[in-house]
Design a protein around this ligand. Structure first.
Ligand SMILES: [Zn+2]
Length: 395
């Protein structure tokens, strides 16, 4: 890229608001990135996602590699064209999904929905070259390494590619985490080399910081990754078991980056209070399955900090409720429907329930991020976060 990928327009403490520039346009930051893992934000069409206020979605390298295959998507004109989304796309590296099959515990996306528990036998080998595993689709043997991951992301034509990494889980030893993080760094160098030589014009490459919950490993990893010739830094892996530890670990990783102009993405975090904390630490972009996954379970994100911002529409108390999910929310579920109706739809497993709650949850997240951007621009992040924490915002 001829210019720096991130323009910082306002700062409030360590938080910043600005624009992230990519070949398919700018992303207003801080931004939440909805998942379009399988080339769709489930139950929504692309233009609706844009209308909700999102500038970027996340495509999943691993899932698209397995089905329908990156070569197929390339022949169909690339991922933007294939899914009818002509704005920026970030693709993850596939590392998280590949390793989740073996490590198990963090694989909620795959676990339960995909394979009913036979995760242990799915990884065949982990070597310096990459990872050999079985396809969850048909059991066939597949391979993914740094070059494969970059090749897939190049074929998809994403605006931001992530380097292939091992997502180290919480339960492994410090020694394992240290060795794995070093290998992730070697894999990063291979990704950078491949992309320089053969990557698509203008595609940004982010390296992923690992290091588990260890301060020195996180600091080393941040320094390594940000010095490796990447356009941005993503923070991945286990961030600990509780929120306090997460703040600490992300704080170490963010401080270790050392350069202030680098865009920073936090992988897999999307709870309301976490977003407030992490924006305050200077994170620019977030992706998380939570808003769309909760929708599948009939759970709406609401202004209720006491209940972790969640409203379970399937609970019997809503059966005869004539109120909307949130009277302040402009989404179609809230403007036109009652909790009672949504309760019925969710209990009856109607697709419309998933769709309406997804529209609501993504409206909530978009409003929250817009509120955070405005608050940073006005130098009022603290006061705004306090309003969110007491249930007075984002509506
Ligand atoms: Zn709503």
């Amino acid at each position: 890229m001829p210019t720096a990928p991130l323009t910082i327009e306002a700062r409030d403490g360590r938080a910043r608001a600005g624009l992230l520039h990519t070949p398919h346009g700018d992303i207003r930051t801080p931004a939440f990135v909805p998942l379009a893992s399988t080339a769709t934000v489930r139950t929504l069409h692309a233009s609706e996602v844009a209308t909700l206020g999102y500038d970027m979605v996340l495509g999943n390298t691993f899932h698209l590699f397995i089905q329908p295959g990156h070569e197929h998507i390339e022949r169909m004109g690339g991922l933007h064209e294939f899914m009818g989304w002509r704005r920026p796309i970030i693709t993850d590296s596939g590392g998280f999904q590949v390793f989740s099959m073996g490590h198990g515990s963090v694989a909620d996306e795959i676990k339960g929905r995909r394979d009913g528990g036979h995760t242990r036998r799915m990884i065949l080998s982990i070597e310096e070259e990459g990872v050999r595993f079985r396809s969850y689709l048909d059991g066939s043997e597949r391979f993914m390494g740094p070059e494969t991951s970059m090749e897939i992301q190049a074929a998809l034509g994403s605006d931001i590619a992530l380097a292939f990494d091992e997502c180290t889980p919480f339960h492994v030893t410090r020694d394992y985490t240290a060795r794995s993080t070093e290998r992730t760094h070697r894999w990063l160098d291979r990704c950078v080399a491949w992309q320089r030589e053969r990557g698509p014009e203008g595609q940004l490459l982010y390296g992923i910081v690992q290091g588990g919950v260890h301060e020195d490993l996180r600091a080393e990893s941040s320094a390594y990754v940000s010095g490796a010739g990447v356009d941005g830094v993503a923070i991945g892996g286990s961030l600990g078991q509780e929120k306090e530890q997460m703040r600490e670990v992300v704080g170490w990783a963010a401080a270790g980056i050392g350069r202030d102009d680098v865009p920073v993405h936090l992988l897999g975090i999307g709870d309301v209070d976490d977003l407030l904390d992490m924006v305050a630490l200077g994170i620019d972009t977030f992706d998380c399955a939570t808003p769309t996954r909760l929708a599948r379970h009939g759970t709406a994100i609401v202004r209720d900090p006491e209940r972790r911002w969640r409203l379970d529409l399937e609970r019997p108390e809503w059966r005869e409720s004539r109120e909307p999910i949130d009277e302040g929310c402009p989404c179609p579920a809230c403007r036109e429907h009652t909790r009672g109706y949504l309760h019925y739809l969710a209990r009856a497993n109607e697709l419309t329930a998933i769709r309406l709650v997804a529209l609501h949850n993504l409206t909530f997240m978009a409003a929250l991020m817009a509120g955070l951007r405005d608050a940073i621009a006005a130098g009022e992040l603290r006061a705004y976060s306090q309003r969110v924490r007491s249930g007075d915002a984002p509506f």
